[in-house]
Design a binder for this molecule. Structure first.
Ligand code: GLY
Length: 568
């Protein structure tokens, strides 16, 4: 039941919706839908536009996952995750004593994985799109060549990279003005990036993976002590994978398989929660938070230890996403006491031993696309090959650098995710489509590294269990637990003081943190069963909030204020 007060109404549309965390990129997607493109055309156009207008996170030099579900029910995941270069080794970020070298997997050319975005977007367009490459790339090329005016939110994200830009003349020339951060209202022109995009529009992925761009990348990588060679770029491939699927309270979930942990962990989490009456227990109550925390704690044991690139290790996805396994986990959850994380781990029954960006698209025909893509940290490894105009990822940090050592997101991971040549690091990206009776209901995902999975799960639970409107579900303060460290992270206002006390009495430790993630979501009202109305004090609010048939809602997460939902 919507509160009808805590969030604005989401953006409404009737012929589709595009939501991303940069308003100009969302507008590009809506324009492609208006031109008659399908959801894949629009998503590819948004992806290239994001590389221009959202340089922290949108990218050509990173990777990600695209979950797509076509109107005929077929569903695929385009895996454009980065790959370790051929010269990579399991101990490449360790010193002679076997200790992790601080920031070695995060900063500079040695941290860069072979980028996947260009081949990923092109594979999606070629297989499932309907418009020519030059048409879907034209808006991105225009935004790079002519530039765009920075909003305060754009400038704020760019300002977080100031120190890195100052340290690198190639970055300073683009992202600083006279050595100072760009201000709101200034125009960001990216001529080299425009030229790279034009080359891709003309010659396709070969322009990136084999042509002059590949030469520049390999040369700059070698000069900077990196490992990416021209042979690594030429060898890069994009598999089309079968999504992970599961059900939750009569809804069907379609999400990303390994090498992302996202879909598997999301399904495992929802399966465990399904038996608990979360709607009855209430949003933010100590009972609900306790049960969600215990479920998350178990899920991250598996996420961190059992999963890796399926081309290298066997992933027990069927077992982890089964209802029987969820029941086994529930059997170990005490309704009244926290389980210390030290008592759980790989091999302890029932377990065996960023900053990213997300965009969602739904078209009028019912094709749904959810894309999560990343440079990993803001601005990735903070390196750019001169003349190319795009930043490179530091996604190598998503591998297990050393078993037991936490990565950028505090994840303590195992051997299944060890570095090997040509291997893809385990991700938490969770681009997800939820359907009801075969119709798309939700299209969503989030940035946030390890917190992506729980952010997506909470948005789903907020809509399905707590009956929130889409915007309320996206805006509602979140919690997160990831097994290690053994803490509940809580956003401001997520938990009242007496809830925190009640959780402490059960053995939990709560740590307040700045908000995280950014769920960019679409909801189709047609696939939502009508909820029972609450008695009203006066009928002057709720009747204004009733969705009408055929309405599609889009909700940008205001944790990323540069974003927007745009209806075609
Ligand atoms: N780079 C964050 C993730 O893929 O999970």
């Amino acid at each position: 039941m919507p509160a009808a007060a805590i969030s604005p109404q989401p953006v409404e549309g009737r012929r589709g919706m595009v939501v991303s965390d940069q308003a100009l990129a969302s507008a590009v997607g809506a324009e492609i839908l208006r031109q008659g493109g399908n959801a894949v055309d629009a998503a590819v156009a948004v992806g290239y536009a994001q590389a221009v207008v959202n340089p922290c996170c949108g990218n050509l030099g990173g990777g990600g996952f695209m979950t797509l579900r076509l109107a005929d029910g077929r569903a695929f995941v385009v895996d454009f995750r980065e790959m370790a270069p051929g010269a990579a080794t399991a101990d490449m970020y360790l010193d002679a004593k076997g200790a992790a070298i601080a920031r070695a997997s995060l900063d500079g050319w040695r941290a860069v994985g072979v980028p996947g975005t260009v081949m990923g977007l092109d594979t999606a367009l070629t297989r499932f799109g309907s418009l020519p490459r030059a048409v879907v790339m034209a808006p991105a090329i225009r935004l790079a060549r002519e530039g765009f005016l920075l909003t305060a939110a754009d400038a704020a994200i760019l300002a977080t990279g100031t120190q890195a830009f100052k340290a690198d003349p190639t970055l300073a020339a683009i992202f600083l003005r006279d050595g100072l951060p760009l201000q709101p209202g200034e125009r960001l022109v990216q001529a080299d990036l425009a030229a790279t995009l034009e080359a891709i529009a003309g010659d396709g992925p070969d322009a990136f993976y084999r042509g002059a761009v590949a030469d520049k990348l390999a040369t700059a990588s070698a000069a900077g002590g990196g490992l990416i060679a021209k042979a690594d770029l030429a060898a890069y491939r994009v598999p089309l994978r079968q999504p992970v699927t599961c059900s939750y309270r009569g809804y069907d979930i379609v999400s990303a398989p390994p090498p992302s942990s996202g879909g598997t962990a999301l399904c495992e989490l929802l399966n465990v929660l399904e038996a608990y009456p979360l709607g009855y227990l209430g949003f933010g109550s100590a009972d609900t938070v306790h049960l969600m925390t215990e479920a998350m704690r178990h899920v991250y044991v598996d996420r961190n230890s059992a999963l890796g690139d399926p081309d290298f290790v066997a992933n027990p996805v069927d077992r982890l996403t089964s209802k029987a396994y969820a029941a086994a986990i529930r059997a170990g959850i005490d309704r009244d006491r926290a389980t210390p994380s030290r008592d759980l781990g790989p091999g302890v029954a029932p377990h065996e031993g960023g900053q990213t960006t997300h965009y969602s698209v739904l078209d009028a025909a019912g094709n749904a696309v959810a894309v999560t893509t990343s440079l990993n940290a803001y601005f990735g490894a903070r390196v750019m090959a001169p003349g190319t105009g795009f930043l490179l990822n530091d996604t190598m940090d998503d591998f297990t650098i050393r078993p037991g050592a936490p990565n950028l997101f505090g994840l303590v991971q195992g051997a299944a995710n060890a570095i090997a040549p040509g291997k893809r690091p385990l991700s938490s990206m969770t681009p997800t489509i939820v359907t009801r009776d075969g119709k798309p209901f939700l299209v969503l995902g989030s940035p946030g590294g390890a917190r992506i999975i729980t952010a997506v799960a909470q948005a789903i639970v907020n809509v399905i269990d707590h009956g929130m409107t889409l915007q309320e579900a996206v805006d509602a303060p979140r919690i997160h637990h990831q097994w290690l460290p053994d803490l509940i992270y809580a956003e401001p206002f997520a938990l009242s003081a007496d809830t925190v006390r009640a959780l402490a009495e059960r053995g939990h430790r709560v740590v307040l943190q700045q908000p995280w993630g950014a769920v960019e979501a679409i909801l189709s009202a047609d696939a939502r069963p009508a909820g029972a109305p609450l008695p009203s004090f006066a009928d002057d609010t709720l009747k204004l909030w009733q969705p009408s048939p055929g309405t599609v809602y889009g909700a940008n997460d205001n944790r990323r204020p540069a974003g927007a939902a745009a209806a075609p």
